[in-house]
Design a binder for this molecule. Structure first.
Ligand code: ZN
Ligand code: FE
Length: 279
């Protein structure tokens, strides 16, 4: 039986716990995982900082820096060698979608494609009406700073998010550059902080339908990401009930991802993923 943790971070992640990736992998082995995908945050495009309008402290620790790339590949190779007879490890990236930086992202993906597998495309930043980017998962304060007006009419914000996700899958990244859409409802990370409605409107579910259609054409998987369950103001899977139902109707495959940034998070919530097969 194949058992995959398909979304994990490493000791090199600047906002992680710094715990040894080898210990994370050993926990995965103990839990019976047969496959482990390293998907570290890819370096943000050079020049992005100039258009980032949120708290500079947040973005500083968002991803690997460009000079960490060699260390990341070396770490991946070392772990593959060490555990090759116990678990299959792949090395890839979680890549940020940023609408003004598609060229940079494509160039990066093309450069690393030969050495990577199971890359994820994720939306962690949205552009406000004035053209500045804000992180949507740093803090309630940053989300409010960027999109406070839309929080009072949150389907607007959800729409802004899904339009970005749609663009992220429509873009041509090159063959097999991207395998999966990351946590496709991350915009709900602070839903219980702001008391937001948990359901997406019909307009938004139509957008979700468009995203899933492209995913189907391009044979992308969806991240069955359990991290939101453990976020104090999310308390739900990424994605939740509505998107899971629609994706299953279309037969789009999910892949479990703990999004672990430390040892105790590896494999977290896996049993919920098994519900998909048993229903
Ligand atoms: Zn992270
Ligand atoms: Fe992410």
């Amino acid at each position: 039986m194949i058992k995959i943790d398909g979304h994990t971070h490493t000791e090199l992640c600047p906002h992680g716990t710094g715990e040894k990736t080898s210990l994370m992998i050993e926990r995965a082995i103990r839990l019976g995982f047969t496959e482990y995908h390293l998907t570290e945050h890819a370096p943000l495009p050079v020049g992005f900082l100039a258009n980032y309008a949120g708290d500079p402290e947040n973005v500083k620790t968002a991803s690997l820096s460009w000079d960490q790339l060699d260390d990341y590949f070396a770490l991946g190779r070392r772990l593959q060698r060490k555990y090759h007879d116990r678990i299959k490890i792949t090395v890839g990236f979680e890549v940020d979608y940023l609408e003004d930086y598609e060229e940079d992202i494509r160039a990066f993906l093309q450069k690393v494609a030969p050495q990577t597998a199971n890359n994820i495309i994720s939306v962690h930043y949205l552009k406000d009406s004035a053209g500045g980017y804000y992180g949507i998962d740093y803090s309630p304060a940053e989300l409010k700073a960027g999109f406070g007006d839309e929080l009072t009419d949150v389907q607007q914000l959800y729409q802004r998010y899904f339009r970005a996700v749609l663009a992220s899958v429509q873009a041509d990244w090159g063959a097999k550059a991207i395998a999966k859409i990351g946590h496709m409802s991350l915009i709900k990370k602070y839903q219980d902080y702001f008391g937001l409605p948990t359901d997406f409107s019909q307009i938004n579910m139509n957008l979700v339908g468009q995203i899933l259609e492209v995913a189907q054409q391009k044979k992308l998987k969806l991240d069955f990401n359990s991290a939101g369950l453990y976020k104090p103001y999310c308390n739900d899977l990424y994605p939740g009930r509505q998107i899971i139902a629609q994706a299953r109707q279309l037969g789009i495959p999910f892949e479990f991802g703990s999004d672990a940034h430390g040892v105790s998070e590896v494999g977290r919530g896996y049993h919920l993923f098994e519900y998909l097969d048993k229903n």
